[in-house]
Design a binder for this molecule. Structure first.
Ligand code: DGL
Length: 262
């Protein structure tokens, strides 16, 4: 057993949706969450820059003795997790667009994927799509502009609604019945998505799957916390503690939020 904290990082606030799912499954664990909002969005950056930032975030969490690291960012996972696994001793849990369950559930044979340029352009994404969605038509769309709006605390604004309408209309016109949210920021768009999408469309994200995988790895490696008390969650941001607090509020959660010059 190991009472050190679990580390989680994202380019910013999106990974809070993942933290919430992990924390609700593993309430006795302690968490360090790093929001690298100053460098968001990662999705438009070249792969070597995404890797450099992912290394920096990993070292920040390792300096705080994290026993396992969740890369709560599709863009960082698809571009950096292989390197991180090869170069650091702790286990890493990543997140990738939920193409496999979407391909299993679709009745129309058409799946929409909304994600960043960095994720859709990665070789890991193409590998997963050809392995798990052969014969399925994928209509992918880069969500340009969505991450900056969510980072500004404007996930449910008119500007976000207008962008979503523009991005989803071609998917709906093509007949998709599954829409994969391939960026951890996008679950914060659910209130808008519920209003924009017809009832028969299934929206998929990976939060609970990542939480269950984290639980499995802790068990397998005997890294679970021994406490029966609720664990603390510490949040670090290099941009706005106010917006981070606001996003936690949207998740009906709270924690110890600190600014860090990082
Ligand atoms: N939340 C991240 C993801 O899942 C990154 C978005 C970004 O910074 O562009 O892809």
């Amino acid at each position: 057993m190991n009472n050190n904290p679990i580390g989680i990082f994202d380019s910013g606030l999106g990974g809070l949706s993942i933290w919430k799912d992990i924390q609700s499954l593993l309430p006795n664990e302690e968490f360090y969450y790093l929001a690298d909002s100053r460098h968001a969005p990662y999705g438009d950056k070249p792969p070597e820059e995404i890797l450099r930032l992912s290394i920096k975030n990993t070292e920040f969490l390792l300096e705080r003795n994290c026993k396992l690291i969740v890369v709560a960012c599709n863009t960082a996972t698809t571009n950096a997790i292989a390197y991180l696994r090869d170069n650091y001793a702790v286990p890493f849990i990543g997140i990738e667009p939920a193409i496999k369950p979407a391909a299993l559930h679709t009745k129309t044979g058409k799946v929409g994927v909304l994600a960043t340029k960095g994720t859709l352009g990665s070789s890991l994404f193409h590998h997963t799509a050809s392995n798990h969605a052969a014969g399925i038509t994928i209509i992918d769309q880069i969500g340009t502009g969505l991450v900056p709006l969510i980072e500004a605390g404007e996930a449910t604004s008119e500007a976000s609604r207008a962008l979503l309408l523009k991005y989803l209309t071609p998917m709906l016109d093509a007949g998709v019945d599954q829409i994969v949210l391939g960026c951890t920021h996008y679950p914060f768009l659910m209130p808008l998505l519920e209003g924009l999408l017809p009832d028969h469309i299934n929206v998929l994200d990976c939060g609970m799957a990542v939480a269950r995988q984290t639980q499995r790895v802790l068990l397998e490696k005997q890294l679970g916390h021994t406490s029966t008390e609720p664990g603390l969650s510490h949040f670090y941001t290099n941009k706005s503690p106010d917006i981070l607090n606001k996003m936690l509020g949207q998740l009906n959660a709270s924690g110890d939020v600190k600014f860090i010059d990082f």
